[in-house]
Design a protein around this ligand. Structure first.
Ligand code: RP5
Length: 162
């Protein structure tokens, strides 16, 4: 199976990124994690993206806050699918990062999840790999069913909580 590459702009993003690594671990999807910044280590970020396909990655996830150019900078250097996680914090509590991540120019797409949406980033990355992986697709289907069962259990018990 191809690996998922997870890049964060700073180790201060790790508590958010952990939700992605936990999800991938649960699904049995291999991943590699790095701290590369679009601004502080632009050469390393670029080189990682340039070599990612050759190094066995299938999807890349980039998490960053504030002037969050990391996902875009990664996407500029690869045609692998790139998923951006805008991280909360900064002057506008994440709106700055959300817009920096989502507002990509035509030709360089970044699939942007919600603020701090690391679990969904991991799920989306897994769903992309599952296009060509029946076993992984089954795990994702099973998870959907299990998640739905939890909601229905809550539905059954909601009246008792009023
Ligand atoms: C971004 O700036 C990082 O992704 C992080 O979310 C934010 C703050 O970084 P630190 O100052 O905590 O290293 O580049």
């Amino acid at each position: 199976m191809k690996k998922i590459g997870i890049i964060m702009g700073s180790d201060s993003d790790l508590p958010i990124v952990k939700k992605a690594t936990d999800m991938l671990t649960t699904l049995g999807v291999p991943y590699e994690v790095h701290v590369y910044s679009a601004h502080r280590t632009p050469v390393e970020a670029r080189d990682f993206a340039l070599n990612a396909r050759e190094n066995g990655f299938g999807v890349l996830i980039a998490a960053a806050g504030m002037a969050a150019h990391l996902a875009g900078a990664i996407a500029a250097n690869t045609t692998l699918p790139v998923i951006g996680i805008p991280c909360k914090g900064g002057m506008m509590d994440g709106l700055d990062a959300l817009l920096s991540t989502v507002q990509m120019p035509t030709g360089i797409p970044v699939a942007t999840v919600a603020l701090n949406g690391a679990a969904n980033a991991a799920l989306l990355a897994a769903q992309i790999l599952a296009v060509e992986d029946k076993e992984l697709a089954k795990k994702l289907d099973d998870k959907r069913r299990a998640d739905a069962a939890v909601v229905l259990e809550k539905d059954a018990g909601i009246a008792d909580r009023l």
